[in-house]
Design a protein around this ligand. Structure first.
Ligand SMILES: *[C@@H]1O[C@H](CO)[C@@H](O)[C@H](O)[C@H]1NC(C)=O
Ligand SMILES: *[C@@H]1O[C@H](CO)[C@@H](O)[C@H](O)[C@H]1NC(C)=O
Ligand SMILES: *[C@@H]1O[C@H](CO)[C@@H](O)[C@H](O)[C@H]1NC(C)=O
Ligand SMILES: *[C@@H]1O[C@H](CO)[C@@H](O)[C@H](O)[C@H]1NC(C)=O
Ligand SMILES: *[C@@H]1O[C@H](CO)[C@@H](O)[C@H](O)[C@H]1NC(C)=O
Ligand SMILES: *[C@@H]1O[C@H](CO)[C@@H](O)[C@H](O)[C@H]1NC(C)=O
Ligand SMILES: *[C@@H]1O[C@H](CO)[C@@H](O)[C@H](O)[C@H]1NC(C)=O
Ligand SMILES: *[C@@H]1O[C@H](CO)[C@@H](O)[C@H](O)[C@H]1NC(C)=O
Ligand SMILES: *[C@@H]1O[C@H](CO)[C@@H](O)[C@H](O)[C@H]1NC(C)=O
Ligand SMILES: *[C@@H]1O[C@H](CO)[C@@H](O)[C@H](O)[C@H]1NC(C)=O
Length: 325
């Protein structure tokens, strides 16, 4: 999987580099409003709800002497150059922090990157994170977040990466996430999400990585998915309750590198159109109810011979029978 991720990262880096040129111009439209006091108060309020900071990462977050009051120099805090005093990045990743996250985070309205991944923060994701209109990257993965995914996240129209995997999130995937027309990574794996994937999310033309593995999702995939996700590079739906056929249109998702449908209830033949996927590297279909009992059913094996990068092909625990041609 690691090697596969490297391939997908390379493909994605190439794709993302097309859009990178104009990414920073957005800042010119941010209205000038430097209210340093407000951002500092929000950070201090955030710190109050952190109950454990074993590495002392937040020790610098205090105002008891004038040099420390320069909160732009606090650990994990980056301020804007254009808009002095406005926090644009907050990165507290991997600090073993425990506690809830304060809703005052929603007041840091210039934030572009919020990375609280790999901690032990509990409690719900505050809905007012949805007011961080400039946010492009939101990493809350590998924590102990509970409750539902707030639908307000659908308001962050600039969001490009939404990573909430490895938490204890419940409920359905909100329709509103379909409003995130710039999202290219949507990683919600290893939660307890149920229901179906809102159709609108499967129509995100910029989506490159969709990882919804290890949840309780249950639906039939739309037959045109290969057309509605033209940029998809990695599609991981393992360990869920997807059923019905694997859509043949996936053969038209021309930059697909990883397709992981392990441990679901897919039925029917493996579509031989998958052989059209030039960059396919990782195809994992085991533990389903896929069938092959005649030449037609086995056609896909020949077709996959065209995939010159294919390294991982896993098909065990299905209803594949007879002689492999
Ligand atoms: C800055 O924010 C603080 C706290 O929200 C507020 O009391 C103060 O009036 C604001 N100052 C300006 C100049 O907007
Ligand atoms: C955050 O903004 C809300 C609404 O404007 C305000 O009531 C609250 O006091 C702010 N919190 C902080 C810590 O500045
Ligand atoms: C600085 O403030 C923090 C809390 O804001 C407090 O825990 C710490 O003891 C203070 N340090 C000094 C030297 O006063
Ligand atoms: C002020 O804060 C800085 C950074 O936290 C620390 O290195 C310094 O010792 C503090 N000075 C006093 C007088 O507390
Ligand atoms: C946050 O910081 C960690 C450690 O420095 C780094 O590995 C990670 O890439 C940063 N996150 C973002 C979104 O830049
Ligand atoms: C994580 O959440 C679960 C369920 O809410 C709770 O029992 C557990 O104590 C939490 N762990 C931490 C480290 O907060
Ligand atoms: C989205 O933002 C608009 C405008 O600020 C607001 O009226 C609406 O309540 C927000 N929706 C959600 C779900 O937060
Ligand atoms: C998402 O878009 C729909 C339709 O335009 C709208 O009704 C809904 O309020 C939007 N949600 C958010 C969170 O902005
Ligand atoms: C793939 O796209 C081509 C061209 O648009 C179309 O002719 C073909 O039927 C599609 N294949 C599938 C399996 O959807
Ligand atoms: C895709 O695969 C199907 C089935 O193997 C084949 O009929 C079709 O011609 C292929 N399309 C392209 C564009 O290679």
């Amino acid at each position: 999987m690691k090697a596969a991720m490297i391939v997908v990262e390379v493909v994605l880096a190439l794709l993302l580099s097309y859009g990178a040129g104009h990414a920073d111009c957005a800042t010119t439209t941010i209205p000038q409003n430097s209210n340093s006091t407000a951002d500092m108060l929000s950070l201090l309020d955030f710190r109050k709800t952190i109950s454990s900071d074993p590495g002392g990462f937040l020790t610098s977050w205090n105002t008891n002497n004038s040099s420390a009051a320069d909160y732009c120099g606090w650990n994990g805090v980056t301020c804007s150059r254009k808009h002095p005093g406005r926090v644009i990045e907050l990165n507290l990743s991997s600090q073993s922090l425990q506690g809830r996250i304060s809703s005052s985070l929603g007041n840091l309205t210039f934030l572009r990157i919020l990375d609280l991944s790999s901690n032990m923060l509990a409690g719900p994701i505050p809905p007012n994170i949805g007011s961080l209109f400039h946010l492009k990257i939101l990493y809350l993965d590998s924590n102990n977040f509970t409750g539902a995914i707030p639908s307000s996240l659908g308001n962050i129209s600039k969001l490009e990466q939404l990573v909430l995997q490895d938490n204890q999130l419940i409920g359905t995937i909100p329709q509103d996430l379909g409003n995130l027309s710039n999202v290219n990574r949507l990683l919600l794996a290893h939660n307890m999400l149920s229901g179906s994937i809102p159709t609108i999310i499967l129509n995100q033309r910029n989506l490159m990585i969709l990882d919804l593995g290890a949840n309780y999702l249950r639906m039939m995939l739309p037959s045109n998915i290969g057309h509605t996700l033209p940029q998809i590079g990695a599609l991981s739906l393992y360990n869920n309750m997807f059923y019905g056929p694997i859509p043949a249109s996936l053969g038209n998702a021309s930059i697909l590198v990883i397709l992981d449908l392990t441990a679901n209830s897919f039925t029917g033949h493996v579509p031989s159109s998958l052989g059209n996927l030039t960059y396919l590297y990782f195809l994992q279909l085991e533990q389903n109810n896929l069938e092959a009992n005649d030449n037609e059913g086995w056609e896909f094996i020949d077709a996959l011979g065209k995939c010159m990068y294919l390294q991982h092909l896993l098909l065990s625990s299905n209803q594949l029978q007879g002689a492999i041609p």
